[in-house]
Ligand binder design. Structure first.
Ligand SMILES: Cc1cc2nc3c(=O)[nH]c(=O)nc-3n(C[C@H](O)[C@H](O)[C@H](O)COP(=O)(O)O)c2cc1C
Length: 335
């Protein structure tokens, strides 16, 4: 039987390393993998849950979906053709998400190669973006990326409209209510990790504290209670006008969350190909009553899954990942 280093002549390790570079809520990396000699199965790891922020596991599943997308592209880049089966949610095996069966060798398409090449460059950028607007062609490509995976993209733009102002208010309400919840703060603090291969390290936090930012979109304060703004004498904040988009799905069940995760992965990589970075602003999606209001503001059709700000950033230091030894189990064929 294979082990991690002999599987696919060593390529399995690379696939899992690239899949693990997917974004995940609080960098929880809520996935695990099994390899049976010809197929990689991606599972959710319920041990890596956020019961306060994400009691339904929606964001956990989105995170895993984006790891599935990265794994698909990693296989393609390494010259494998793969048949991907998404497993519909079942009570009997609720955490089995997708099986990627290697069916042969194939040259990657130019698009897959470009997206896969961007996997190590994609990081969440929490700093202010440059004022440069995003080209219309890129927005069209991001829309197409979401649609290719079965989701859709609602572009709010970078201007103040009544809908954006309403969403900014909802986001601030959500953030206020989370900050007032000791259980939320305690959970967040547990995932602030500087020396471990998981969680959010100080180096991935914004260099400018949230209260000194000219952002109308409330940013999650990962350093809650750890830092305070320097006293007085600072420059007035520079107004920020990021491009803000909402990733939507038609339904809102576990299978839709898996779709949303793959769409998120593809659109973030498509942005990274053009050196455009993103930061999720998901507090408003974590307070059910405010998420329902958000859906209404967006027209009531479809379900919002991710709110993201996008722009030209300054690729900075990144968060770490657990090594494949901790996430992959080699099992007998067909297991
Ligand atoms: C479902 C989901 C929700 C997230 N929500 C936020 C958020 O509200 N604010 C934020 O700054 N980052 C958010 N992130 C980004 C993660 O914190 C980030 O992906 C993780 O720390 C790994 O870092 P990386 O994206 O730089 O690789 C979210 C990511 C996912 C997948």
């Amino acid at each position: 039987m294979d082990d991690l280093d002999t599987a696919l002549g060593g390529d399995l390790r690379t696939v899992v390393e690239l899949a693990s570079l997917a974004p995940s809520v609080h960098n929880t990396q809520p996935w695990r993998f099994t390899w049976d000699g010809s197929a990689l199965t991606v599972h959710e790891d319920p041990e890596r849950s956020l019961p306060v922020l994400d009691p339904t596991g929606r964001e956990r599943r989105i995170s895993c979906g984006s790891a599935v997308l990265m794994a698909r592209l990693a296989f393609a880049e390494l010259g494998y053709s793969v048949a991907t089966e998404l497993h519909p949610w079942s009570a009997a095996d609720p955490y089995r998400l997708a099986t990627l069966r290697v069916t042969g060798r194939a040259e990657p398409s130019a698009e897959d190669a470009a997206l896969a090449e961007a996997i190590p460059r994609r990081t969440t950028d929490r700093d202010p973006f440059d004022a440069r607007p995003l080209p219309a062609e890129l927005l069209a490509a991001l829309r197409a990326a979401a649609e290719q995976e079965g989701a859709s993209l609602h572009v709010l733009g970078d201007e103040s409209t009544s809908a954006t102002v309403e969403l900014q208010v909802l986001l601030s309400h959500a953030d206020d209510s989370q900050r007032a919840d000791p259980a939320y703060l305690e959970e967040l603090a547990r995932w602030r990790r500087d020396r471990e291969a998981e969680g959010i390290p100080a180096r991935a936090l914004p260099s400018v504290p949230a209260e000194l930012r000219g952002s109308s979109w409330r940013l999650r304060d990962f350093a809650s209670g750890e830092t305070s703004a320097p006293a007085g004498g600072h420059e007035p904040p520079i107004p920020e006008h990021p491009m803000v988009v909402v990733l939507m799905t038609g339904g809102d069940g576990p299978d839709d969350w898996l779709v949303a995760g793959q769409a998120l992965g593809r659109l973030l990589l498509r942005a990274a190909v053009d050196f455009v970075a993103a930061q999720p602003l998901t507090q408003v999606l974590e307070v059910p009553v405010l998420r329902a209001r958000m859906r209404h503001v967006l027209g009531g059709v479809g379900h919002p899954q991710m709110l993201l700000r996008l722009g030209y950033g300054h690729a900075g230091p990144t968060s770490r990942r657990r090594p494949p030894e901790q996430t992959v189990r080699v099992v007998p064929p067909g297991a």
